[in-house]
Design a protein around this ligand. Structure first.
Ligand SMILES: [Zn+2]
Ligand SMILES: [Zn+2]
Length: 140
């Protein structure tokens, strides 16, 4: 059972933005999304931002802060932290929902008497594919 809002309950714009993010194998910036929506007549950036806000509020999309881009959620973790491994070479992003990591971060916050609203953890490096790319090895 999932507590997620079904895409049918979203506005048509939000649904279209969610489709784009789900189809994309890389995070998309708001600008990328806007460029792709031009052909369906959406031209105003606020429309895209409103759609993204609605999707983020439902936990269907996450913002990857370090690259200022958006990804569709690939995990079941309503309310729990979303952590990312971001490849600095190809821009590919892997979502990690690790219960142990959330417990660790919440424990750390409580030790600090810190009222945690959102834990953001983004790892930067090379994905498996880029790490083994002969091109990158040659230039290293
Ligand atoms: Zn997620
Ligand atoms: Zn990569």
């Amino acid at each position: 059972m999932t507590t997620r809002t079904r895409p049918t309950e979203l506005s048509p714009h939000s649904r279209r933005v969610l489709e784009l993010l789900t189809e994309s194998d890389k995070p998309l910036t708001a600008y990328d999304i806007l460029a792709k929506l031009r052909d369906v007549g959406i031209k105003a950036p606020p429309t895209v931002y409103r759609a993204l806000d609605a999707l983020i509020a439902r936990g269907l999309v996450h913002r990857v802060e370090s690259i200022n881009a958006f990804v569709a959620c690939h995990e079941e973790h309503m309310g729990k932290g979303a952590y990312f491994a971001v490849c600095t070479e190809c821009g590919g992003t892997q979502e990690v929902a690790d219960e142990g990591l959330s417990v660790l971060i919440e424990g750390l916050a409580s030790t600090l008497h810190f009222h945690l609203e959102r834990g953001i953890l983004e790892l930067q490096g090379l994905c498996a594919e880029c790490a083994h790319s002969p091109r990158l090895k040659a230039s290293a």
